[in-house]
Design a protein around this ligand. Structure first.
Ligand SMILES: Cc1cc2nc3c(=O)[nH]c(=O)nc-3n(C[C@H](O)[C@H](O)[C@H](O)COP(=O)(O)OP(=O)(O)OC[C@H]3O[C@@H](n4cnc5c(N)ncnc54)[C@H](O)[C@@H]3O)c2cc1C
Length: 489
């Protein structure tokens, strides 16, 4: 990959074959790439293409249906209730395109440990920076762009908590710097004429009407328009495999009691109705993601701030009934582990106590699983939540979406070098294969965890409890989990 990037750097005009025509046969403006959806994933693709020298001649259009201006957050402003846990792989990606310094110039909080524990059993597991392999820190950003950006990455973090608005703002600033990217806000596509896709002789490109009354032609249309993707629907993709979790996530910004020297742990407790997570924002603030049954989520949204804070503290600290059989089995396993491997038994730690909730920071989101059997068709590709949606318990949605961006960008680069057509199904299928190969196991694992932990039936509690204990004690297994979750793309 690095050598391909270097070669393309030396040949910045190798793309000209693709974009020599600025107008299509029907006199409509012709774009090499139209991205529908200016969320984190769609804008990330725009930045990738915009910053790749070999693609500097590509004409790109970003369509965003929202008319709202991109967010602006200043370092002293209130925290937004929507945040993402970014893996080190995603941080490296943002560094490679110069987005990371823009993010850290606003704010990003490193977390050094993840502590997970089960309310229905005595087991817990912790991951810390010590579980990371050194190779993660030695990824050269040249891998992506041929340019090196080393600033801004702490070498003692498992990942970073960043507000969605901060990521969007940084990406939006980068997109605006690229002269070959045009942005239309408040505009979307109206329809897709499928006969065009079947008749490549009379219709070499895809020609689409937009909601502003104009028509455009394109070589490749990318759907980055989220879980209800219009591109997926209008493009005639097979319906995604999907189900609702009968859970909603309640999010909020919380103040924690003083007394912790530094707030750098991401906490997650599995309760019978769903996981509750506290993600560090500052030394005295956390972001809450509490997944629970919809009726309870609605109650949480309506209660007074005092009752809400009390409910969160109860969820974090209350003792839940534990099955005697599971507790005994745990104790036996714990003793056995401490004999075989002294010091490897996981010690349960305590999360911070919540003091207050910030103003109107509560929000609620229904949760579900969705996976499109196909990510591509001739001249169309899906990325991010348009292609897949996961439960937030592992904090991986955007991270997986950025993986799509990297694989699609890699395929487009190869096509450019060969002087090919970006909409060609053969190279798009390579993107689909590579992304699905990585996405499907992680999506299945997240769904499995959600199911395993959403029950208080004894056999399942025993299974997860003993599994957690064994994983906590086995360093090689922890290494695999952490390095997989933090994987470089
Ligand atoms: C409570 C919660 C917590 C989460 N926590 C994490 C976490 O810690 N880490 C993590 O990695 N992920 C997390 N996620 C998942 C993450 O938020 C999503 O995966 C991510 O937002 C997907 O980004 P996207 O750009 O693909 O889609 P979206 O964010 O949905 O963006 C789609 C964009 O397309 C625009 N759009 C929609 N329709 C059209 C149209 N027809 N035409 C033009 N534009 C259109 C929208 O306005 C929007 O700007 C969480 C999700 C939830 C609900």
């Amino acid at each position: 990959m690095a050598s391909l990037m270097k070669l393309l750097q030396k040949q910045p005009h190798s793309f000209s074959l693709l974009s020599s025509t600025m107008r299509s046969y029907s006199n409509e403006p012709l774009y090499d790439l139209v991205i529908v959806g200016g969320g984190m994933v769609g804008q990330a693709l725009a930045v990738c293409v915009g910053q790749t020298p070999a693609m500097s001649n590509a004409r790109v259009l970003l369509l965003e249906s929202s008319t709202e201006a991109p967010p602006t957050t200043s370092p002293n402003q209130h925290y937004s209730n929507r945040v993402c846990a970014l893996s080190l792989g995603s941080v490296h990606f943002f560094k490679s395109y110069g987005v990371w310094p823009l993010i850290t110039s606003i704010r990003a909080k490193p977390f050094k440990k993840i502590h997970v524990w089960d309310a229905c059993s005595p087991s817990s597991i912790g991951f810390s920076v010590d579980d990371l392999s050194d190779s993660l820190y030695s990824i050269s950003s040249e891998q992506y762009t041929g340019q090196s950006h080393e600033e801004g990455l702490s070498h003692d973090a498992l990942g970073y908590i960043v507000e969605n608005d901060v990521i969007l703002q940084a990406l939006s600033n980068k997109v605006n710097e690229e002269s070959n990217i045009e942005i239309k806000r408040g505009v979307t596509l109206k329809s897709i004429d499928h006969t065009q896709m079947k008749d490549s002789i009379n219709n070499p490109w895809l020609s689409l009407p937009l909601s502003d009354g104009t028509c455009i032609s394109m070589k490749l249309l990318v759907g980055a328009d989220g879980v209800k993707s219009r591109v997926r629907k209008l493009g005639g993709f097979q319906d995604p495999v999907n189900w609702n979790y009968d859970q909603s996530a309640v999010v909020a910004t919380l103040d924690i009691e003083e007394g912790m020297s530094e707030n750098t742990v991401a906490w997650q407790r599995f309760l019978p109705d769903g996981p509750i997570a506290l993600l560090p924002l500052t030394d005295d603030k956390c972001s809450l993601v509490w997944s629970t049954v919809p009726s309870h989520a609605e109650q949480l949204m309506k209660m007074s701030p005092e009752d809400f804070v009390a409910s969160v503290n109860t969820a974090l600290f209350a003792e839940f009934p534990q099955d005697q059989l599971v507790s005994s089995a745990n104790e036996v396993l714990r003793n056995a582990i401490s004999i075989v491997s002294p010091g490897s038994v996981s010690v349960r730690q305590l999360p911070p106590t919540i003091k207050d909730i910030e103003g109107e920071s509560r929000g609620m989101f229904p949760l579900g699983f969705s996976h499109s059997p196909h990510y591509v068709k001739q001249r169309i590709a899906l990325i991010g939540d348009a292609a897949h949606r996961v439960h937030p318990l592992a904090g991986l949605g955007v991270n997986i979406g950025l993986g799509d961006v990297i694989y699609l960008h890699e395929e487009l680069l190869k096509t450019s070098t060969a002087g090919g057509d970006w909409g060609n199904i053969t190279s798009l299928l390579s993107y689909e294969r590579e992304s699905q190969r990585l996405n499907m196991p992680i999506m299945a694992a997240i769904d499995g965890l959600q199911r395993l932990f959403s029950t208080s039936l004894t056999p399942f509690v025993a299974l997860r409890s003993l599994g957690l204990q064994l994983t906590a004690a086995a360093q090689p297994i922890k290494d695999i989990i952490v390095n997989y979750a933090q994987r470089k793309y």
